[in-house]
Write a protein that binds this ligand. Structure first.
Ligand SMILES: *Cc1c(COP(=O)(O)O)cnc(C)c1O
Length: 436
């Protein structure tokens, strides 16, 4: 491999200095309020997916090209081996349709990829600098548990999980509030957008200036880069010449991972953005202009986002080319339930509500465009995380895997707060006061 200058990351708003990956990872949001984007995108040789020996091998190979000059090949190989040690099956559904199951990590959603990788890279950086980190994460369900699981017990890290009370499923809530070392969950009286706003205002608050804060939300480059890896893996596992990826989307972080993969040369014909009733992005793609709105509650609640945080980054990465690369649609709850039923009856495949939005979007894309390119739908969560929805669709509940069954025997810890920064501060500042 040719040794090149390490890749720098600059803000989408152009008012912050360019940084190397390690600093961008610790910062999360840029100081000018923008999101970090790479100034250069390494081109991947096709041998990476044509001759991939294993997921870990492929992943280390890809990440080394992005992170060289910042982390050694050994650190990257170790990180990937530790963080991404679970299977990533590509399941054929017939008729050139596939599902890539991204839910075999410890918290059973695709967010384990980003969170677990980011946690290990952050630990490496904090150790080098002798620093501590408070991770504040707004979550509508899956992010929080993945981040908590990824960062729990790391010496130099505390995690505050901030979620909308009563708006996550019972299983998701249980995953958030089980006791983990160094992690505190907060149930906010408000919406997911309120939670995101709280985290943003904490970043700007002088009382937090003493501690280093990071949002481990999908805006973080430490989460973004690992979310590129399974796109490459799908092409390797399926042996595709070209492929359409269909991505159940909320904050558009997963989709942005696919865009980075496409820009680095992976043969992606089109990305399909599959949204629920929160239809900001499909409306934008249809030329109706960006109009952020409040989030609406749906059955696929991890995608209930009115103002997708990665939109600004997608625009900065793709510019004018955005509508040509991405096709989008909005799927109602009724259509989601009908898809769970229909796919189960015709193929025997049990899809969770988020994956079902993806499956329906894939069907619509093919019907609307006539494009017969093989399709890979990203299966973003295990169906057992949403037993109520599966029961509503099919009349029975899926069997809970061991990782879920265990949760109900563990101790929990959660603090209920109003949706104000003051309320949050009263709990968080003492929590980190013990740091040097
Ligand atoms: C977070 C999440 C999504 C949406 O991913 P984004 O990166 O926010 O677009 C989809 N499905 C599940 C199960 C999720 O947890």
């Amino acid at each position: 491999m040719v040794a090149a200058e390490p890749i720098r990351f600059v803000s989408t708003r152009g008012q912050a200095p360019g940084l190397l990956f390690d600093e961008a990872l610790l910062q999360g949001l840029a100081p000018d309020g923008g999101l970090y984007i790479p100034t250069r995108i390494p081109q991947l040789p096709s041998s990476i997916w044509k001759q991939a020996a294993s997921f870990a091998d492929m992943a280390a190979n890809v990440l080394t090209r992005w992170l060289q000059g910042v982390f050694s090949a050994e650190v990257i190989a170790w990180t990937v081996a530790e963080a991404l040690s679970f299977p990533v099956p590509l399941v054929p559904l017939g008729d050139e349709r596939y599902v890539l199951e991204l839910f075999h990590g410890p918290t059973l959603s695709f967010k384990d990829f980003g969170a677990r990788t980011m946690a290990r890279l952050a630990l490496e950086v904090l150790g080098r600098r002798d620093e501590h980190l408070l991770v504040l994460v707004a979550t509508s369900g899956d992010t929080g548990s993945a981040v908590a699981d990824g960062f729990a017990g790391l010496e130099r890290v505390r995690v505050g999980l901030i979620y909308p009370y009563g708006q996550v499923s019972p299983v998701q809530e249980r995953q958030l509030i089980v006791q983990r070392p160094g992690v505190q969950a907060f149930a906010v009286h408000g919406t997911f957008d309120d939670c995101q706003r709280l985290v943003k205002s904490a970043f700007a608050d002088p009382d937090f200036a003493r501690v280093r804060l990071s949002s481990a939300n999908s805006i973080n480059v430490g989460r973004l880069l690992p979310q590129m890896l399974y796109y490459v893996w799908a092409v390797a596992a399926g042996g595709f010449d070209e492929v359409v990826f269909c991505v159940p989307s909320g904050n558009l972080g997963n989709l942005t991972g696919g865009v980075l993969a496409a820009l680095s040369g992976l043969p992606i014909r089109r990305l399909v953005a599959a949204h629920n009733a929160n239809d900001f992005f499909p409306r934008f793609l249809a030329g109706k202009g960006p109009a952020f709105g409040p989030s609406r509650r749906t059955l696929s609640n991890a995608m209930d986002v009115g103002a997708p945080s990665n939109f600004e980054r997608l625009q900065a990465l793709l510019g004018e080319a955005l509508p040509a690369r991405i096709w989008g649609t909005s799927v109602s709850d009724e259509a989601t339930l009908a898809t769970i039923r229909n796919v189960y009856e015709t193929t025997g495949y049990l899809a969770d509500p988020h994956t079902a939005v993806g499956l329906e979007a894939a069907r619509r894309y093919r019907a609307a465009t006539g494009d017969r390119t093989p399709q890979v739908v990203l299966a973003t969560a295990h169906p057992a995380k949403f037993p109520e929805v599966i029961r509503q669709a099919l009349g029975f509940e899926p069997e809970a895997p061991e990782a879920l069954a265990r949760l109900w025997k563990q101790k929990v810890s959660v603090v209920r707060v109003e949706a104000t920064l003051e309320a949050l501060k009263a709990h968080l500042l003492p929590y980190v006061a013990a740091w040097p």
